[in-house]
Design a protein around this ligand. Structure first.
Ligand code: GN1
Ligand code: MG
Length: 345
C-alpha cells in the first residue's frame, strides 16, 4: 500500500483537503501513533491517535484547550501548537473504523533531532520544555485530567513488570534474564519514588510527560528551540518526569535504539547545560524539596523506561511499535546501561 493510502479520504475531506494537493510521507520516529507529513503549498502534520493507548482521546483535546486558552490570555507570544479545526470545528475527526485523527500546521524552517549534538542544543531545548511548565505554573491543575491513568507512576510500572514476569513465555523470560535481574536489582528506586510522593515533597504541576529530544522543533537558522510538540500527555505530573526524560534522552550520545552498549556514556557538559536551561525557567518556582529531588529525576525516568520496554518484551511486544524481533529488549538493555551510568555518578 502506498503511504498516502493509509490516510482515509474522509479525514482529508473533514478538513477541506484533497489528497491530490499533497505528497504524503510517513514520519516514523513515534512508537505509539501513526504520523504523516502532508507536503504541499501549505504543509501539515496529520496524526492517527492510537485509541488503544489513549482510551479517551477527547481528554487530550480538553487538556489542550485549557492550556491553550490560558496561554493565549497570559502569554500570548508563547508558540503553543494547536490542532487545526475541522470544517465542523472539531479538534479531532474519526475515520470509518473509529480511529481519531488530528491535523497540525507544519512549522516551516524547523527541524528535529534524535540525538543532542551540542551542549547549546541541550540548554535551548530544556529551556523550552521548562518554559511550558513555568507558564502554566499558576493554572488550576485539577481542571486537567490524565490522558493515560498513572502514566509515570513508578510503583504501578513496577507492578506491571512483576505481572509480566509471572505471565511471560519461558523463551522470552530466559532471553531477558540478564535484563530482568538488573531491573529487579534497581528496585530501591521504587521505594525512593514512593517516599518522595508520599511525603508531599513534589508539587503537582502541568507537565509535558514526553520530553524526548525529538519532541522539540529547532529553528534552521538560529538552531535554537522554537517550540515543543507531541502534547498528548500534557497533564498533571511532577517536575521529575519532564526533567528526568530530558536527562534520559539528551545526555546519552546515542538513542534508546542503540545496540552497542559501549556507546552509552554520560556527557557531563550536556547534563550541566540541560540543567542550566531547565532551572533558568523553573528555579524560581521550585521548592527546596523539589531542588533536592533533581538528582533522582534522570534515574527514575531511565528506570521507568527500562521497565516499560522490558515489560512489553515479556508481554510479546503489544505496546510499542517494533520493526524487528527483540527490539524492546534492545531498548530495555540500553536503558539499563544508561541507568548504571547515572547510578555511578
Ligand atoms: C512513547 O510514541 P512516542 O515516541 O511519542 C511513549 C513515551 C516513551 C517513548 C519512548 C504514550 O512516546 O512515554 O517515553 O515512547 N508514549 C506513550 O521513546 O506511551
Ligand atoms: Mg509522545
Amino acid at each position: 500500500m502506498e503511504v498516502g493510502e493509509a490516510v482515509p479520504e474522509n479525514i482529508l475531506h473533514s478538513y477541506g483537503l484533497e489528497r491530490s494537493s499533497f505528497r504524503i510521507e510517513r514520519i516514523g520516529t513515534g512508537h505509539i501513533h501513526q504520523t504523516f507529513k502532508l507536503i504541499g503549498a501549505r504543509s501539515f502534520i496529520l496524526q492517527r491517535v492510537n485509541a488503544q493507548v489513549f482510551k479517551n482521546p477527547e481528554i487530550i483535546a480538553s487538556n489542550l484547550r485549557l492550556a491553550g486558552e490560558y496561554l493565549l490570555k497570559h502569554f500570548p507570544q508563547y508558540p503553543f501548537l494547536r490542532p487545526v479545526h475541522s470544517l465542523k470545528n472539531d479538534e479531532m475527526v474519526y475515520d470509518p473504523d473509529g480511529n481519531p485523527w488530528r491535523l497540525f500546521p507544519y512549522v516551516d524552517n524547523t527541524f528535529t533531532v534524535d540525538k543532542v549534538a551540542t551542549a547549546k542544543e541541550a540548554f535551548s531545548a530544556a529551556q523550552e520544555f521548562a518554559r511550558l511548565t513555568r507558564y502554566l505554573d499558576a493554572i488550576d491543575v485539577h481542571q486537567f485530567k490524565e490522558t493515560i491513568h498513572r502514566f509515570h507512576d513508578l510503583d504501578v510500572r513496577y507492578e506491571q513488570f512483576e505481572d509480566a514476569m509471572r505471565e511471560a513465555p519461558q523463551d522470552r523470560s530466559e532471553t531477558a534474564e540478564d535484563c530482568i535481574r538488573s531491573c529487579q536489582g534497581a528496585n530501591g528506586l521504587v521505594d525512593e519514588y514512593n517516599q518522595l510522593i508520599r511525603c508531599g515533597a513534589l508539587r503537582l504541576r502541568i507537565t509535558h510527560n514526553d520530553t524526548k529530544i525529538n519532541n522539540v522543533l529547532f529553528d534552521t537558522v538560529s538552531r535554537k528551540a522554537v517550540c515543543v510538540i507531541d502534547l498528548d500527555t500534557l497533564m498533571p505530573g511532577y517536575f521529575i518526569y519532564d526533567l528526568g526524560d530530558m536527562i534520559r534522552t539528551f545526555v546519552c550520545p546515542v538513542s534508546e535504539e542503540e545496540k552497542d552498549l559501549s556507546k552509552i556514556v554520560f556527557r557531563k557538559d550536556v547534563y550541566d547545560a540541560l540543567l542550566k536551561g531547565y532551572l533558568s525557567q523553573m528555579k524560581e518556582v521550585m521548592s527546596a524539596e523539589e531542588l533536592d529531588a533533581v538528582p533522582f529525576a534522570g534515574k527514575m525516568m531511565t528506570y521507568i523506561m527500562a521497565l516499560r520496554f522490558l515489560t512489553d518484551y515479556l508481554r510479546g511486544d503489544t505496546y510499542y511499535h517494533t520493526t524487528y524481533h527483540g527490539q524492546n529488549l534492545v531498548r530495555a538493555r540500553n536503558q539499563v546501561r544508561f541507568l548504571e551510568k547515572l547510578e555511578a555518578l
